[in-house]
Design a protein around this ligand. Structure first.
Ligand code: 5AD
Ligand code: SF4
Length: 436
């Protein structure tokens, strides 16, 4: 399995690995030993899609050595390009979209039996995420993702997701609860509920969904034994007061919120079809912090959207200082197939995009570091993730606010263990702690 892109893809890869496992396949980390290679692709930005294409080339060589090898391409590039991928890369055996992952074992069998490529890229508006119970064999031993919805109905003008993952569909409440309960009963300590826009859970096409996202959060949090609950990702327009209240009402809900702002300029936000102004965004941030002053905020920002002027960019820079995010993922705008902005005039040059991106990242790094430095001297609860890359009995864990903390401990620790640690130093990407 080779996986690119977001958590949705990571979770889809786990599901596919489990399904193949149920058909007697074992995972290997050596591609030349594999009978089936699955490449789960991302096409959110131009760069991501190019990464996928160059990776197919590597597997072409492998197929020349092992003609029995089945090469399956899934994820957003597969959905986007469909059968046309086969014209350019006839050595691919299976092209399947994200809605077809549950059919992977039968597609592999069909590709072997029929000795011809299989294509499964229909995006049905009637698609229902099937009931699925996880196995504990693969993945991190203490934390898991649970897909609660997929697709998106927002049509931000830069975004390819509505075309690659289809219309927004919420998963059945009963199926989510069954999966969450099984995971917690088997010892998983931390769950992250994932979807393109989790805040609108239950509002999808499926009228049987009667639960809202805050109701779902409360129900999952009530499962006995769950230590930490997280979710991602959220659209600011759907961030309700009820969801904000969850941060004081649900003790296991971690104080971290990823709230993509994309731009600080109202003109650009409107052209992006984001459906909020920067004033309403900042107001929501302020109200969220009223409920939970210690909440860590992270964001996504697009630099150089078509028509972005110096003033528009300055407005985005101001947002960094107004919000003071713990972290920001920033990207140069790139045209995506079908996305409306691809046809917008006034494209920003690569040179200007690079220059603005560099400036934004310098300022954000200063803020991220400053926010880490204020942690020095505090005691925080850390959940162990595993051995740190540094030598000398170093372990690595995460705070509720999702900050990485490295600390020394001579004993062998288990991922998922909780410790109280005193923060003694701050680096750009992590904190250093001392066990208490
Ligand atoms: N160009 C640049 N960045 C994009 N993103 C989505 N589409 C594009 C695009 N065409 C960014 C947004 C989104 C994140 C996942 O990727 O910031 O929140
Ligand atoms: Fe893309 Fe906008 Fe949907 Fe997010 S909300 S997936 S950016 S269309």
């Amino acid at each position: 399995m080779e996986t690119f892109g977001c958590q949705m893809n990571e979770r889809d890869s786990e599901i596919m690995a489990q399904l193949l496992g149920e058909h007697s396949y074992l995972q290997t980390d050596k591609p030349d030993k594999a009978d089936v290679v699955v490449v789960n692709t991302c096409s959110i930005r131009g760069k991501a899609a190019h990464k996928a294409y160059s990776c197919f080339g590597r597997y072409k060589k492998l197929k020349a050595k092992n003609p029995r090898l089945i090469l399956a391409v899934t994820g957003c590039v597969a959905q986007q390009d469909g059968a046309s991928l086969l014209e350019r890369m006839p050595y691919i055996d299976i092209v399947m979209g994200p809605q077809a992952i549950y059919a992977l074992p039968s597609l592999v069998a069909a590709a072997r039996r029929e000795k011809k490529p299989q294509v499964a890229t229909d995006l049905s508006v009637d698609f229902i995420i099937p009931p699925f119970l996880p196995s504990l064999a693969d993945g991190a031993p203490h934390k898991r993702f649970i897909t609660i919805m997929q697709g998106c109905d927002n049509f931000c003008t830069y975004c390819v997701v509505p075309y690659t993952r289809g219309r927004e569909i919420s998963r059945s409440f009963t199926d989510i609860m069954a999966e969450a309960t099984q995971l917690v009963n088997q010892g998983i300590q931390e769950l992250t509920l994932i979807g393109q826009n989790v805040n609108s859970y239950g509002k999808g096409r499926d009228g049987r969904q009667s639960k809202s996202f805050p109701e779902l959060l409360r129900s999952v949090a009530a499962i006995d034994g769950l230590q930490r609950l997280r979710f991602t990702t959220s659209h600011p327009k759907d961030l309700s007061e009820e969801l904000m209240r969850c941060f004081i009402e649900i003790p296991s809900l971690c104080p971290h919120f990823h709230l993509p702002v994309q731009s600080g300029s109202n003109i650009i936000l409107q052209r992006m079809n984001r459906k909020y102004t920067i004033e309403t965004y900042l107001d929501k941030v302020a109200r969220l912090r009223k409920y939970r002053p210690d909440i860590a905020l992270t964001t996504d920002i697009i630099i150089g959207f078509p028509g972005e002027t110096d003033d528009d960019f300055a407005a985005t820079m101001q947002v960094l200082d107004k919000v003071r995010y713990h972290g920001a993922y920033s990207f140069k705008y790139s045209d995506r197939p079908n996305a409306k902005a691809a046809d917008f005039p006034d494209k920003v040059t690569e040179e200007i995009k690079s220059e603005r991106l560099a400036r934004l990242q310098v300022r954000q790094n200063e803020i991220s570091l400053a926010l880490k430095q204020v942690e020095i001297g505090k005691t925080v609860e850390v959940m162990v993730e595993g051995a740190s890359k540094a030598p000398d009995n170093q372990w690595s864990g995460r705070t509720g606010a999702n900050q990485i903390v490295n600390f020394a401990c001579a004993a062998k620790l288990t991922p998922g263990q909780l410790f109280v640690v005193k923060i003694v130093d701050a680096c750009q990407n992590s904190l250093r702690g001392q066990m208490i």
